[in-house]
Design a binder for this molecule. Structure first.
Ligand code: FES
Ligand code: FES
Length: 164
């Protein structure tokens, strides 16, 4: 079977024999985007989180057949060193990562959260950011999520059209 999808703004057609191949396998092994990580492989840890049509999805447990026609964003497409996403910038400023392995998944989950809840409370964070960090960077992450929310809202205000 052939699956057409957009990944980080680029069109891709991939050919697979098993429609239940996890999207994560395709992203990492076929498209070579290694920023999205494999952790548990059973939708429990969130290391593999990316966006499908703007929703945070655990790609280790997302069959490729559902990706047909979808827009996928990985950590590589969220922003880059010269133009980081507010979440990436906040992560840098709060020096969040320890080993770093879980961090792309957390940043993708946070970016999706801020699109839905621009100014999340601590309770919103507890309810929605349920990934696992074995290094225990949760305290710095919480600070970074609040900082990212401030940065994103400042950016929106700056970019809003004026009526003059
Ligand atoms: S690797 Fe996908 S949730 Fe853990
Ligand atoms: S920073 Fe090491 S697992 Fe989270």
């Amino acid at each position: 079977m052939k699956i057409s999808m957009q990944v980080n703004g680029q069109s891709h057609v991939v050919e697979l024999t098993d429609e239940y191949t996890p999207l994560l396998w395709v992203i990492r092994d076929m498209l070579g985007l290694k920023g999205t990580k494999f952790g548990c492989g059973k939708a429990a840890c969130g290391a593999c989180t990316l966006h499908v049509d703007g929703e945070a999805v655990r790609s280790c447990s997302y069959p490729i057949k559902f990706a047909e026609g979808k827009k996928i964003t990985t950590i590589e497409g969220l922003g880059d060193a010269t133009n980081p996403h507010p979440v990436q910038q906040a992560w840098i400023e709060e020096i969040v990562p320890q080993c770093g392995y879980c961090q792309p998944g957390f940043m993708m989950a946070t970016a999706a959260l801020l699109d839905k809840i621009p100014n999340p409370t601590d309770q919103d964070i507890d309810d929605n950011i349920i990934n696992v960090c074995r290094c225990g960077t949760y305290y710095r992450m919480r600070k970074a999520i609040h900082l990212a929310a401030e940065k994103q809202s400042a950016l929106k205000t700056t970019n809003e059209p004026t009526n003059s």
